[in-house]
Design a binder for this molecule. Structure first.
Ligand code: CU
Length: 462
């Protein structure tokens, strides 16, 4: 199996870091130690300013992991203790969040949950057990406010693949593509409640490289290629198509779907992941790119090149977006009355301009940190009833847990297990939470501007 294009941390290093710890002799145990015991080593990550080359002649100085964008691909075995040592070579405190991993509040990497920050020049060990296989990722969890070089506007993101104990291996090649947007600026804040402030970006990339400057993804006819897509943008959703081909969606946020189904367009809200298999059966050179012409002009996309194919890469816009979570969920969920719930949390999201004209966000009328926590008890079952009373979509993220989408708008859908869900403008979603991971838990919008301006709430176990 071949893997593109991001330098990985090898499986061997990951095994050394965590998997063999249980086999090692305890230091100091026994009477004589004629043989030096092998020492488990952490995976190391260094946060530091790095020059990223989006294309020849287009370079940016950004914060990144290990001098590359995205950071190294971490491949951690499911269920085995992991140990990651992060050094902060930047000039501000940092945290690394392990997105989509149901870990403890201390290693989770969110200051609001009590996770430690890494001071400038400092080092922190993160230890956790990746519980379930799937496409996860890691990224900074700081605030940017109006600094478009900080937090998720920077290059601090990377794939974290939790590998299954047994790999079903129903693909010939694996391609990892992380979308990101660069050179953000805010053109203004609309007064009308029908709209929201949207940063504009000059460049957009997969894996830190503009399409015209990137090596094509090389495939062979007949191959089944597993694409792992990650939207690591700070604020922008992306919709992607590959002319002449269908994406068979097999996992959302790394969790296998009940009903894999072919689509022509994949949409990723900020922080979402989609795993999709493409059967390569239309030889040629094709553009895998965004349906939004502005994002394509900004450089987002990759040429998919069959062996032996020549000529210009072909892009044709898909006739219509067929993206709908409900396609992948199987039979519809039971009605709310049958869910044996311990509580329902209605959560209304509204935009509220501050006295100085900035855009702020409220949940049930109040903003973080003026917002009381929601209380759950361990083992309880709760329904989030998310109601978006604003004119833009929000990628809602819950830390340290998964939730199951059961209804979207007026329609009950088949269960979809996710850690981040894009709620449309003036839309509603019901999602089931099984409170199975005690400890402080952060809920927030993953749109960096929304999160920074109040769109967060704590969930506490009592
Ligand atoms: Cu939002």
């Amino acid at each position: 199996m071949a893997v593109t294009d991001i330098p990985p941390i090898t499986r061997r290093r990951a095994l050394l870091a965590g998997g063999m710890a249980g086999l090692l002799p305890r230091p100091g145990a026994g009477h004589a130690a004629p043989v030096q015991p092998m020492t488990a080593q952490p995976i190391t990550l260094r946060i530091a300013p790095t020059t990223v080359e989006l294309a020849p002649g287009i370079t940016r100085r950004v914060l990144a992991y290990d001098g590359q964008v995205p950071g190294p691909v971490l491949r951690l075995p499911e269920g085995r203790p992991a140990w990651v040592r992060v050094t902060n070579g930047s000039d501000a405190p940092e945290l690394v969040h392990w997105h989509g991993l149901d870990v403890g509040a201390v290693p989770d990497g969110a200051a609001e949950e009590g996770s430690a920050t890494i001071p400038p020049g400092g080092t922190l060990d993160y230890r956790f057990v990746p519980p379930r296989a799937g496409t996860r990722w890691y990224h900074t969890h700081t605030m940017a406010m109006m600094d478009f070089s900080r937090a998720m506007y920077s290059g601090q993101f990377g794939f974290l693949i939790v590998e299954p104990r047994r790999d079903p291996g129903r693909h010939d090649r694996e391609v990892l593509l992380a979308a990101h947007h660069w050179d953000g600026a805010l053109p203004g804040i609309p007064a009308s409640p029908e709209f929201c402030a949207m940063p504009r970006y000059r460049y957009a990339t997969f894996n830190g490289r503009l399409m015209q400057a990137a090596e094509p993804v090389r495939v062979r006819q007949g191959e089944r290629v597993l694409f792992r897509f990650l939207n690591a943008s700070a604020t922008e959703a992306v919709s992607l198509a590959l002319p002449g081909h269908a994406f068979t969606v097999v996992a959302l946020d790394g969790n296998p779907v009940a009903s894999p189904a072919p689509v022509s367009v994949i949409t990723l809200g900020v922080a979402e992941r989609v795993d999709a298999i493409v059967h390569m059966n239309r030889p040629g050179r094709w553009v895998l790119g965004p349906t939004d012409p502005a994002q394509q002009t900004a450089g987002l996309g990759r040429v998919i090149e069959y062996a032996g194919a020549t000529g210009p890469a072909i892009w044709t816009p898909p006739p219509i977006s067929d993206w709908d979570y409900a396609l992948f969920g199987g039979p519809a969920a039971p009605p709310v009355e049958d869910l044996r719930l311990d509580g329902i949390f209605p959560m209304l999201f509204e935009r509220r301009l501050t006295p100085d004209g900035m855009e702020g966000w409220t949940i049930n009328g109040r903003s973080y940190a003026d917002l009381p926590p929601l209380h759950v008890r361990a083992g309880g079952r709760y329904l989030f009833r998310w109601i978006n009373l604003s004119g833009c979509a929000h990628p809602l993220h819950l830390h340290r847990h998964h939730f199951t989408i059961l209804r979207r708008g007026m329609r009950r859908i088949g269960p979809i297990e996710k850690d981040t869900v894009q709620i449309g403008r003036f839309d509603t979603i019901d999602a089931l939470l099984v409170a199975d991971n005690p400890g402080d838990t952060l809920f927030h919008c993953h749109h960096q501007m929304h999160m920074d301006y109040g769109f967060m709430q704590m969930i506490r176990y009592s």
